[in-house]
Design a protein around this ligand. Structure first.
Ligand SMILES: [Cu+2]
Length: 103
C-alpha cells in the first residue's frame, strides 16, 4: 500500500490546474516547416534541405541532410523546389515524414 502513495502524488502533479496559452503539443508535433531542396539521394532515401526554423525540433535555419521515410515521399520533389515539410527526431536521426512542393 505504501508504494501507491508516490504514484498518486506523481499523478496529481501531472494534472495541470489550468491551461497555458501555448501552442498545443499536437499542433507542434505536426508543424510544417519551410525549405528549399538542395540535393536528392533517392537511392539512400536522403534529402538535403536549406530549411527555416524547425519549431518542433528547436532548430535554427540551416542546410542539412535528412532521412526520408517513407522514401516514396521523394516522388515528384525536385532540386530547387520550395517545399513545406515536417521533420522528426527518430532516435537522433532527423527524418522527414511529410513533404510537399510549395507554390
Ligand atoms: Cu537543421
Amino acid at each position: 500500500m505504501k508504494r501507491l502513495i508516490p504514484l498518486l502524488a506523481a499523478l496529481a502533479l501531472a494534472t495541470p490546474l489550468h491551461a497555458e496559452p501555448v501552442t498545443p503539443p499536437a499542433a507542434q508535433a505536426s508543424a510544417m516547416s519551410e525549405g528549399v531542396v538542395r540535393k536528392i539521394d533517392t537511392e539512400n532515401a536522403k534529402i538535403t534541405l536549406r530549411h527555416g526554423p524547425l519549431v518542433n525540433l528547436d532548430m535554427p535555419p540551416m542546410t542539412m541532410v535528412f532521412r526520408v521515410q517513407p522514401s516514396g515521399l521523394l516522388n515528384g520533389i525536385k532540386v530547387g523546389d520550395k517545399v513545406k515539410f515536417h521533420a522528426e527526431d527518430h532516435n537522433g536521426v532527423f527524418t522527414v515524414t511529410a513533404i510537399e512542393a510549395a507554390p
